[in-house]
Each structure stands twice: as structure tokens, then as C-alpha cells.
Design a protein around this ligand. Sequence first.
Ligand SMILES: [Zn+2]
Length: 422
Amino acid sequence: MLRMNTVNPPGNEMQVATFLVTALEGEGIETTLFAPAPGRAAVVARIRGNGNKRPVLIMAHMDVVDVEAEHWSTDPFGAEVRDGYVYGRGAIDDKGMLAVNLETMLLLQRSGIALSRDVIFVANSDEEQGGAYGMGWLIDNHPDLIDAELVLNEGGRTRMVDGALLYVALQSAEKVSHVVDLIAHGPGGHAAIPLEGNAIARLGRALAALSSHREPLFLTPTTREFFTQLSRVWQDARERQAMTDVLSDEPRRGEDVLASIPVFDAVLRAGVSPVMLHAGIRSNVIPTEATAQLNVRTLPGQSIDDVVARLVAVIGDDTVDVVISERGIDSPASDFTSPLFTAIRETAAALHPSLVTVPYLSTGATDSARLRNRGMQALGLLPFPMDQDDEDRMHGNDERVPLASLEFGTRLIYGAIARVAQ
Ligand SMILES: [Zn+2]
């Protein structure tokens, strides 16, 4: 699958889908192939249980993001095995999990275990470009086929820290991504006469003010449970204490320590990142308008309007408009005591006794938000033990997964699905 180029756009996921259909049907598994658009595909397969419980759905996407091939040390679509790793675009996101999900279906079918619920397999397209030809299409066109009580999707972590396998972060909630435009206005004219209130200078002051602004703490039940559990196994004593402090009545000290770790800071508060600038038409004209685009990520249940009201106050300049141009999809958190959460926790502990499973609020957005809004208990897992360095290659250069982690990942997902579906 790594050797099939499914860079989206255009995607061309049909080649992967055809391979999956052959593998699933070859084992006698009931499988349907859809073509939401030319070259795009969705695969839905099902192993039937006795119907005592509602189905569990395992899903992964077939498309990948583009590559900067000149910065790779290997062919991004070569699936080269080197130094105990398999390299390729999508190795982490999300073809590794797609392979493990496929293996899970084949093993379940061969095992002949009696199931109390259906196990549904979905491979979809277009996750990296909004999902209109992927999960969005399936929900609009075939909602009955994917209806489930429990869902396992991408979005979590299985984390090595300093060489030790430490925790499984099971995504049960996610931040919401919005687009906010700053539009500064000012007098235009000939650049030979510098003007008070130049729009670009005003925009610059607004961005400078935002760069030193920190949004207030916003702790959700998921974040509370995450730091509570993590503080029990975290090795660095100062950071471990900070995890306890941030949940106390005096969060300030813990907040400052955790803020120095960007991935922790991002789950503690709304995030504001300037991402694009636009101003000016030529070198001798003062423009009347200058625009900056911000990506603003709120926490589940947090109002984007409240965040924007704070940004307006921080900027403190009524010639700079602050406009929400795209609102993200908020969704309720999944239950971290659900049968699937428990099955993953028990399977992980059976595989590696010191491994703890913690609920995790991801800073990235996934298709799970759509499913949570339909009442499904969706969890996000990345079942491959990796350190931060390997994980950071996701969407980056020389993306790879340790070969040994593919076996661990298969044992974890197969084990958990077999457990929850019996
Ligand atoms: Zn992905």
C-alpha cells in the first residue's frame, strides 16, 4: 500500500481499495466497494456477530499528504526497509493502521470466534482534504452501513519516552480548528509621503500584541484525567509535580512548567497561530488594507466567540477587524469508561504490564468529530510504539515506522477488537 501513490489531491485511492477488496473477499468477508468520485473509493466490510450488542467500527484512511521528495533519503513511495524501519509516505498516517485493521479482519475471520456484535471495517478517501469524498460522503450516502456503538480511528499515541514504552494516549476528544482573519485598515496614498495609521504597520502591531498573549487555562474532563494518569508514571519529577499542580486550586506554577512543553501547552488552552499574510500591490503605493490569517484552535465546549472577544481586547485597535471566516466542528468528548476504552487498556496492559492507557485530547482534528456528533463513542489510537522524533515525521520527511511496532500494533488492535466483540 505504501508503494501506491495516494497523495491527495488527487488521491487515486481506488488502487488501494481494489487491493483491500481482493484481500477481504479472498477470506470470504462480506465487502462493498464504493466510488464517491472518479478514482476515489470507500471500502466497507463486515464480519457478523449475533447482534446482542451494537457494532464496533475500525477505520483508516487511504489517502496521504504530499511529499518534498528532495528532502527524503529514500523513495517516499518505495517502502524501503532499512535499520529496522519501513519508510514511506503514510507509514504512520495512516497506512500502517490500515494494514493493521486489515490484518485484524483476516485474523478474526480465520479464528471463527463467536461475536456478540458486528465488526465493521472502513477504508476511506480524502481525509487529508476535508473528507467530502470520504467519511462525509459515507455519512451522507450510507449512514446505516457505518452505524456503530464504538469506533476505533487514528488520532492517538503509543509513546516511548527515553527508550521506555510508557503510555497509550487514546484520543477521546479533539481541538476544533477555526480560521480567523485580521483585517487592518488605514489611509492609502503615494508611498513618498509616509502616513500615520499605515494599515501594514497597524497589522504588525496587532500581530505583535497577539504574539505575547497567552489564552487562559481551559481544563476539560479529558485533560484532567490525562494529567492525573500521566503524573503517576512520568519520570521527570518537576514535570510530574507540575501535572499535579495544574489540576489543583493553585494551577499557576504547574501551568508555567507545562507551558514550556509545546504539546502539553496546546492541550491546556486555545491556540492562536498566524498562518498567512496579504497586503500591498506595488512598491510605491500604501495599501488601505492588510490581512493576516490566524488558525485558532479551541478546546471542546469552548466558545470561539469568547476567544475572539479576548483577541479583540488584546489588539486594542478598532481599525483592525477580527472576523471568524471558518468555524470548525465542535463535538462532545467520548467516554473514557466505554467498553472499547476498557478493552484497549486491558489489552495494552496484557502486552506490556507497565503500560498505562490514558484519555487524550488531540490538538489535530480527525473524522472522529463527525462520528461523535452522531452519538458514536469514537476513540483514536496510533498503535505503534514510537518516540517523539519518529512521531514528528508524520506529514514530514522520511516518515517511517519501526518494523517491530507493526507486530505490537496488530496484537494491540486485534486483541482489543476480539475482546470487545466477544
Ligand atoms: Zn491521518
